[in-house]
Design a binder for this molecule. Structure first.
Ligand code: PGA
Length: 249
C-alpha cells in the first residue's frame, strides 16, 4: 500500500504573517492518515519547521541546487533545505522549467543530490496545451520521466507529480479519464524501468487546480496517490478539506 500524500506548494507566496495558516494546519493535524507536506518559500523554512514541530505536517523546499555547496550565488542546496527542517523537495516544476530554463538533465542532477541528502524528491512533469492538442502528451511525459528521474530512485525517495501546464493556476482540470491515462502510463513506465517492486511503490501525485470541490473525484482515479496543490494550499481552510478527501479516498 502506498502512503497517500497531500503536498502544498506555496510558490512565491508567504511571509512570517502567513505562518498562521501553517499553525492552523499543525493544530488540526497532530496526526494524519496521509502524509501532509507544505513547501513554503525557503526564507520561511526554518521558522515553519518550528511551527510544525510535533504535528503531522512536514516541510519541503521548492527547488535545490545539484551541488552540496560552492560558488552558486542565490542558490540553496538539498543539505541546506534539510538543515532548515525540510524532509522533501519539489523539483522540475513547470515554472522552474520555464522561468529558469531547467532541462530534464538539470532536474535529474538536482534529484540525485536531493536523494543523496535523504530528501523525498517530488519530480514534476506535464505537457503544454499545444502538446496535448497535438496528441503528444504520453511521448512528452515519457521523455520527461526518463530524463528527469535518476537511476537509483526508490519508492522511499521518489514521488512523481503529473501537472499539465495548462491546468496550473487556471481552474482548468483534465478529465478524470485523461488523469487516469497519464497516471497508468507513468506507473507502467516506472515498472518497466525500475521493476515491479520499486515501480509499484513510487507515489504518483496529480497537480493542477486541485480544490476542495474536485479533490474527491480526482483521488478516486486509479494510480492517483495524492495531490500537489498550489493556490488551495495557501489557506488552511482550503487545504484541510483536500487532506480530508484524501484520507477518505
Ligand atoms: P495550482 O498549482 O493548484 O494553483 O493549480 C499547482 C502547482 O503548480 O503545483
Amino acid at each position: 500500500m502506498r502512503q497517500k500524500m497531500a503536498a502544498g506548494n506555496w510558490k512565491l507566496n508567504g511571509t512570517s504573517a502567513t505562518l498562521v495558516e501553517l499553525q492552523a494546519l499543525a493544530e488540526a493535524y497532530g496526526t494524519a492518515g496521509v502524509d501532509v507536506l507544505i513547501c513554503p518559500p525557503a526564507s520561511l523554512l526554518h521558522r515553519a519547521a518550528e511551527v510544525a514541530k510535533g504535528s503531522a505536517v512536514t516541510l519541503g523546499g521548492q527547488d535545490c541546487h545539484a551541488a552540496v555547496s560552492g560558488a552558486h550565488t542565490g542558490d540553496t542546496s538539498a543539505e541546506m533545505l534539510k538543515d532548515a527542517g525540510a524532509t522533501a523537495v519539489i523539483l522540475g516544476h513547470s515554472e522552474r522549467r520555464a522561468d529558469h530554463f531547467e532541462t530534464d538533465a538539470t532536474v535529474c542532477a538536482k534529484a540525485e543530490a536531493a536523494m543523496a541528502s535523504g530528501l523525498i524528491t517530488i519530480v514534476c512533469l506535464g505537457e503544454s496545451l499545444e502538446q496535448r492538442e497535438a496528441g503528444e502528451t504520453l511521448d512528452i511525459i515519457g521523455a520527461q520521466l526518463a530524463g528527469s528521474v535518476p537511476a537509483g530512485a526508490t519508492g522511499d525517495t521518489l514521488v512523481v507529480a503529473y501537472e499539465p501546464i495548462w491546468a496550473i493556476g487556471t481552474g482548468k482540470v483534465p478529465t478524470l479519464e485523461q488523469i487516469g491515462e497519464v497516471h497508468a502510463f507513468l506507473r507502467a513506465q516506472l515498472i518497466l524501468r525500475f521493476g515491479g517492486e520499486i515501480g509499484g511503490a513510487v507515489r504518483l501525485l496529480y497537480g493542477g487546480s486541485v480544490k476542495p470541490g474536485n479533490a474527491a473525484e480526482i483521488f478516486a482515479v486509479g494510480d492517483v496517490d495524492g495531490a500537489l496543490v498550489g493556490g488551495a494550499s495557501l489557506r488552511a481552510a482550503d487545504f484541510s478539506p483536500i487532506i480530508a478527501a484524501l484520507e477518505a479516498a
